[in-house]
Design a protein around this ligand. Structure first.
Ligand SMILES: NC(=O)c1ccc[n+]([C@@H]2O[C@H](COP(=O)([O-])OP(=O)(O)OC[C@H]3O[C@@H](n4cnc5c(N)ncnc54)[C@H](OP(=O)(O)O)[C@@H]3O)[C@@H](O)[C@H]2O)c1
Length: 287
């Protein structure tokens, strides 16, 4: 059994925390406001999330693992918890989208304490106090001693966690999937919009820009990836709403800088033009 603090018990954090409690770990929820009773509808059934909740970042105690499940743009708020939760032996896993997990947190933590996590765990929080897992939860971490410990943490949790020697490809593949989500946020139209031929072509261009930049960063991505992803969007339920879209519709900040913004940043570094992602990132950032 490990002591684990989950900073940001929202959709992903709630599913992760409930799964870890079920697996027998000692979990503390670190929230920025009181959260009351929370029921998590895991794929295996509903469970009431029973775990201590802290709302004051100074009140933590050093734990074995800190799992950060805030949105990428809340990194500074999440980092306010580190002085109380992070001791000499603590590792901090960053369960966020994008490709800059370490870069985002090195202002507050030594790089060797950070374990980046590619998280693919469809989940939502339709109401306060209710979190719903929408599909199988998968995570990938870099191979090594810390990665092995992280995989071990999730034994018997119901989540599929693996370590890979090629983490770069895992995160860039996920970013290729996320890139066209900006189209939904700009149009405020759900996944069905990808059935439109012109929108489909735009999605392919955005994915191919990301793919070219990812390859320049060392990711191994197949030529057919863009077509595969578009086919996946077209096969998905037409009413699916991605998180950029949901955040814009609710008037919340969006993770556009961590997603399309990262494609543009890394593209510049390699001299690779990314005009469609740049337009999407600029328009969404200006809204
Ligand atoms: N949801 C998905 O299906 C999914 C799938 C794959 C990857 N991801 C990625 O996973 C990450 C988390 O996404 P999410 O959908 O779980 O987001 P979310 O539902 O918005 O949850 C984020 C949580 O962080 C909390 N938070 C923000 N600042 C905090 C602070 N300073 N201290 C403590 N808690 C704080 C928020 O509190 P409030 O409740 O007060 O807002 C919220 O509960 C993102 O990078 C996302 O892109 C999500």
């Amino acid at each position: 059994m490990s002591n684990i603090a989950v900073i940001g018990p929202g959709a992903v954090g709630g599913v992760i925390a409930a799964s870890l409690v079920q697996a027998g770990h000692d979990v503390t929820l670190c929230a920025r406001r009181a959260i009351g009773d929370v029921t998590v509808a895991l794929l295996s059934g509903d469970i009431k999330l029973v775990a201590p909740v802290l709302t004051d970042p100074t009140q933590g105690r050093p734990v074995d693992w800190v799992l950060v499940t805030t949105k990428a743009y809340d990194a500074a708020g999440a980092a306010a918890w580190f002085p109380s939760l992070v001791g000499p032996a603590t590792l901090v896993a960053i369960l966020q989208n994008g490709v800059e997990h370490r870069e985002r947190f090195v202002p507050w933590l030594a790089a060797d304490k950070i374990v980046p996590v590619m998280v693919d765990c469809p989940a939502e929080r339709p109401l306060p106090g209710r979190i719903v897992q929408r599909g199988p939860g998968k995570m990938v971490v870099p191979a090594g001693e810390d990665g092995t410990d992280f995989v071990q943490l999730f034994a018997n949790s119901g989540l599929q966690v693996s370590a890979t020697a090629d983490f770069t490809s895992a995160v860039w593949r996920k970013l290729c999937l996320n890139a066209p989500g900006a189209i939904n946020a700009l149009l405020l139209k759900p996944t069905g919009v990808f059935h439109d031929e012109a929108i489909g072509r735009l999605a392919l261009v955005m994915i191919r820009e990301c793919l070219a930049v990812g390859r320049a960063e060392g990711a191994v991505l197949e030529d057919t990836l863009a077509d595969q992803l578009l086919a996946g969007f077209r096969a998905a339920p037409r009413d699916g709403i991605n998180s950029l879209h949901a955040d814009r519709a609710a008037g919340r900040p969006m993770e556009v800088d961590a997603r399309n913004g990262a494609i543009v940043r890394f593209g510049r570094k390699h001299g690779i033009p990314t005009p469609c992602n740049e337009m999407a990132a600029t328009l969404l950032a200006t809204m």
